[in-house]
Write a protein of this length. Structure first.
Length: 404
């Protein structure tokens, strides 16, 4: 991969004088996942240095470890699950800490995989899974990566859309992404929801198949974000803006053309990053899917890192959606101040400054709409009503006790 060392001069103007970064060397946490690519590219391919920054990448073993190190100050910033940031801010499953989302890191690219024994039993489509779950017999166990994370919400949403109650009809456990395939192989779980490359690797190793992609649940859905504590933003505003600019440049580079995506996939497959075969990374990185059942397709909603700024803008409606699902599943006992919390977490002013200096368009209203898998329409206008609109929900049971 060649360096890209020609940021816009007006963006670099922030680095001068009193606008210079208050802290130049940053510890950046990431998980071994394909959607950490923009952070890896920003740190290693010359995007951070022009902004006066050195980004020191720190691979983490689990989302819980990443959270703990960020809150302890061992990490300055991190790749984070969208819902994880909100869960920490709201104190779900632990002490609350004020958090900040600086930008989106990607959209799409996650998958729900089922085990090889289920494939052999003919449970290869949602209707067969629903029938299997509701029959007498052993209870199936599904893994996700963090109780308030995106994967838990995609898994719950998908199961419920097919008439399976995720809190009553199946068991749900937390497993770090790199351990998913081993758990599947050992028979400790019957399926999982995680980011790449772990769904594709399960297929490569004959340990299961992809029954659904996350973009089939919500096309161009929010996924990972660049997260920091609010204290960091307040203490280091110039550093924060410079970091957004560097990662925005990297995100734009990756999505610029297929050659850049290929070179990025090669880079992140290395031992220091994903430490995974390129064959399990590159195809889905390019939107080329095989499900392990003999089906192959070019996905119209592939993993996106920039998409003309649509993937990087921290849409308020995206964050609010996760809170509606926390409410739906009992992680929140009452409706929060949906808009107030989102506006507090999303650093839209800093993002607009950074994007504007780079000539990246920013929507006037940080709200967007979508129709999800079950036909429900989400536009952020009535989050409390939306949270109550689902036939399958937590009811009187509170799932917050599971959020460790």
């Amino acid at each position: 991969m060649s360096e890209y060392d020609n940021p816009r001069s007006d963006a670099l103007a922030w680095v001068a004088g009193s606008d210079a970064p208050e802290k130049s060397s940053l510890e950046i946490g990431f998980m071994p996942l394909t959607d950490s690519a923009s952070l890896i590219v920003a740190a290693t391919q010359g995007f951070a240095q022009p902004y006066g920054l050195t980004l020191n990448l720190r691979r983490q073993a689990s989302w819980a470890t990443l959270r703990d190190k960020l809150l302890a100050g061992e990490l300055d910033a991190a790749q984070m699950l969208y819902g994880q940031v909100y869960g920490i801010h709201l104190g779900i499953g632990g002490p609350a800490a004020e958090m900040a989302i600086l930008m989106g890191l990607n959209q799409n690219g996650q998958a729900i995989n089922l085990s090889e024994p289920l494939r052999q039993a003919g449970v290869t489509h949602p209707e067969a899974l629903t029938k299997s779950v509701h029959q007498e017999g052993a209870r199936l166990t599904f893994a996700q990566t963090f109780p308030t994370g995106t994967h838990a919400m995609w898994l719950y949403y998908w199961l419920a859309a097919h008439g399976i109650h995720p809190l009553q009809d199946v068991a749900s456990v937390v497993v770090p992404p790199p351990q998913m395939v081993a758990h599947l192989q050992a028979g400790r779980i019957d399926g999982f929801c995680a980011g790449g490359p772990w769904g594709a690797l399960a297929i490569e190793q004959g340990q299961g198949f992809t029954i659904a992609t996350s973009q089939q649940i919500w096309a161009d859905h929010p996924e990972k974000v660049l997260g920091v504590t609010r204290e960091f933003v307040e203490r280091y505003p110039n550093t924060t803006r410079a970091m957004i600019q560097a990662v925005l440049e990297a995100s734009r580079f990756i999505d610029a053309d297929e050659e850049n995506r290929r070179s990025t996939a090669q880079l992140i497959s290395g031992r220091d990053y994903l430490d995974a075969p390129l064959a399990a990374i590159l195809p889905r990185f390019l939107g080329q899917y095989r499900d392990g059942l003999g089906n192959a397709w070019q996905d119209a909603h592939r993993l996106r890192f920039f998409a003309d700024g649509e993937a990087t803008l921290p849409w308020l409606s995206d964050g609010i959606w996760f809170m509606t699902q926390f409410r739906r599943w009992g992680l929140l006992r009452e409706d929060p101040d949906y808009f107030g919390v989102a506006r507090r977490i999303h650093q839209l002013d800093l993002y607009r400054e950074a994007a504007g200096a780079l000539g990246i368009a920013v929507a006037n209203e940080p709200m967007r709409s979508a129709t999800l898998l079950d036909g429900s329409r989400w536009d952020g206008s009535d989050p409390a009503g939306y949270a109550r609109s689902f036939a399958i929900h937590a009811g009187d049971a509170c799932a917050a006790s599971t959020a460790h």
